[in-house]
Structures are given as C-alpha cells and as structure tokens.
Design a protein around this ligand. Structure first.
Ligand code: ADP
Ligand code: MG
Length: 331
C-alpha cells in the first residue's frame, strides 16, 4: 500500500477533528426576528434547517385565534357575538385564563376588555371614563360571568368581551417552543415582546442569560436591573413604564384592576415571573401588577411561584424584592 504523505495525514486529522466537532456541537444556531401582535419577536434556535415558515405560521395561527386587532379572529367573533367554531388555541387560553382568574381572585381577568377599551388601551376607541360609565361597564366584567358549554362561550351579558393581550404573547411563545421541539430542536430561546421560553443552552453551551430592564419611563431596551440564567423555564415581565399616558398630571396605566374598573395606581413598576410555561408566567405577571407588591409576594410564598419585583419606595427610589427561589437563577 502506498504510504501517506505528511500533509495528507494532517489533512485527514483535520477532517476527523472537524467532523467530530460538528457531531458533538450539532448544527449551527439560527435567528429569526420580526413583528407580531404590535411588538417584536426574536427567536434563536439550533437546527440544520431554517424554520422561518414554521415560526411564521404558528404566530399567524395564534393571531387568527386570539388577536382582538384581527377582525377575522375567533376572539373578535366571540366579542361580536357571532357564531364561530372555537379552535384548540382559543380554548386552551380560555382555560388557562379562567384558572389564573380564580387563583388571583380576579386580579387577572380577560373579561376586562370593555374597561381596557374605555381607558383607551384596547382595540376600540376610548369612552368617557367617568364613574357612571365605569360602573356600567363593571356589570359586564367578571370571569365568572361566562363559561364554555362544550361547544361555545356562553355569556350572561352579550356586552361581555374578551381581551387576551396579557396572556396571548406568552401562549404564542409556548406554541413556537412546542413546534421547535417537534422539529427536534433541543436548544432555543423564543422571545415575543419580553415574554420568553428557554430550552437547553445558547451557542456557547451555557444557560440562556435573560435581562430584566430597569423600569425607566419611555426607555425601551434601557439599562438592565438583573440578569437571570434560564434553561427549560419561561419568564414574563409586566410593567407600568412602557404603556401608559399622563392625564392631568396623573399616570394612567394600561393595567386595569377588573374589580374596581380603574387603572392600577401603586408603587409596583414591574413584575417578572418565572414558570414552567410562558402563558402562566405572562398572566401571573399581569395579575401581580394589579395586586401590588405585598399581595403578590404573599401569593408567591403561598403558591411556590418565583418572581422579581421592582417598585418605588416611600422616598421614590427604585427598590427590588423577590421570591425565595429566585436566587437559583443567579450564577
Ligand atoms: P405587557 O404588554 O407589558 O406585556 P401585560 O402582559 O400585563 O403587559 O398585558 C397588558 C394588557 O392586558 C393591557 O394592555 C390590556 O389589554 C390587558 N389587561 C389590562 N389589565 C388586565 C387585567 N387585570 N387582566 C387581564 N388583562 C389585562
Ligand atoms: Mg401579561
């Protein structure tokens, strides 16, 4: 047999090393970002193929089911009392939402829609927010005023309408994550408007490092307050520093207390929740913004939920507090 020359041996060794590296490291990481639900998404995943079309079709399916801004969506038909078959996404989000409403004593409630619209943060134009209007709208608000009869949503009042904005982004993250898993991805991070699902590791083989913004009004992607390390967990943040307006010198928040009918007015500026699924994290983060820091902390202790809160103390300084287990996500 002919002897191999030194350069041929070197070349072979290099080839073996490169193949071993590809086999152990797997395919490269890909990134897909874009706009959906009036916000931005950013998805990083490890896969040999580009999954753009699959990602876009999952997001479109969630929009077709749950977006109140989509005139052809299922939720719009339910809000307009038109007969429509309900799909699995709508039903799943309805069940999760009703469950979180019960757990949080109605702090989270998707029937808040008429109030959100009245205050000018919804899919319809605002109404006068005098106490008589709010009192009237409260008649139609309340998660226990509607149910599912196995076929359709049954309302006590035809005026009751649904707004899933506080849970749909988290649910969409879960749905994209499920699709990626079905395609065989073991490492990914799905983020839609600040709600996040993580699995496995990043391209350096480390846990995903996720920042929590300092809640500074008007500053998007500003300074970070915290960095948490996640793998196999979801995280969602609700805040009073991005979607709000001032009226007569008073801040009007987009988070409404469904029980009083009024925007929340307390010191809590942002609530971040870590959970196994992102729909739950998203809904709980909104509920915590309604509950305020003390009640939300109590809820976390009683229900073993991990959360991080930023609020302004009596002197107006930014202060934080967190659930017992949050330290597990720091390195
Ligand atoms: P973000 O947009 O900051 O992620 P959330 O997840 O908290 O915020 O969603 C806020 C949106 O949810 C509001 O704009 C409104 O449409 C709706 N909403 C407001 N208050 C409530 C509430 N108490 N329960 C459920 N949904 C709410
Ligand atoms: Mg939310």
């Amino acid at each position: 047999m002919k002897k191999l020359k030194i350069w041929q041996i070197l070349f072979l060794l290099l080839l073996v090393a490169a193949t071993a590296r590809i086999l152990t490291k797997g395919p490269s990481f890909q990134n897909k970002s874009g706009k959906i639900f009036g916000t931005y998404y950013n998805i990083t995943y490890q896969h040999a193929e580009e999954l753009t079309q699959h990602i876009e079709s999952v997001l479109q399916a969630v929009d077709n089911s749950l977006s109140t801004f989509n005139k052809k969506s299922i939720i719009t038909a339910v809000n307009e009392n038109r007969d429509t078959p309900l799909d699995s996404m709508f039903l799943r989000v309805f069940v999760i939402s009703q469950h979180i409403s019960q757990l949080t004593d109605g702090a989270f409630d998707i029937t808040v829609a008429p109030l959100v619209n009245a205050w000018g943060f919804g899919y319809k134009n605002g109404l006068p927010t005098d106490s008589a209007t709010i009192r009237q709208l409260l008649q139609y608000t309340g998660y226990n005023k509607l149910s599912y009869d196995g076929e359709k949503i049954v309302k006590q009042h035809p005026e009751t309408q649904l707004d899933c904005s506080a849970v749909a982004k988290g649910y969409a993250c879960d749905q994209v994550a499920r699709m990626l898993e079905r395609k065989g991805c073991r490492n990914f991070m799905v983020e839609i408007g600040g709600e996040i699902v993580t699995k496995g590791t990043n391209n350096k083989g480390n846990e995903w490092v996720i920042g929590i913004n300092k809640p500074i009004e008007g500053i998007a992607n500003g300074e970070l307050q915290e960095r948490l390390h996640l793998s196999g967990k979801s995280m969602a943040t609700s805040g009073n520093y991005r979607n709000y307006r001032y009226e007569n010198g008073k801040k009007v928040s987009h988070t409404i207390d469904p029980r009083t009918g009024y925007p929340v007015e307390h010191s809590l500026l942002s609530a971040t929740v870590i959970a196994d699924d992102c729909a739950t994290a998203d809904a709980l983060a909104t509920a915590f913004m309604v509950m305020g820091v003390d009640k939300a902390m109590q809820f976390c202790n009683n229900n073993c939920v991990d959360a991080f809160f930023i609020y302004s103390d009596s002197t107006g300084n930014l202060t934080t507090c967190e659930s017992q287990g949050l330290g597990n996500y720091r390195r």
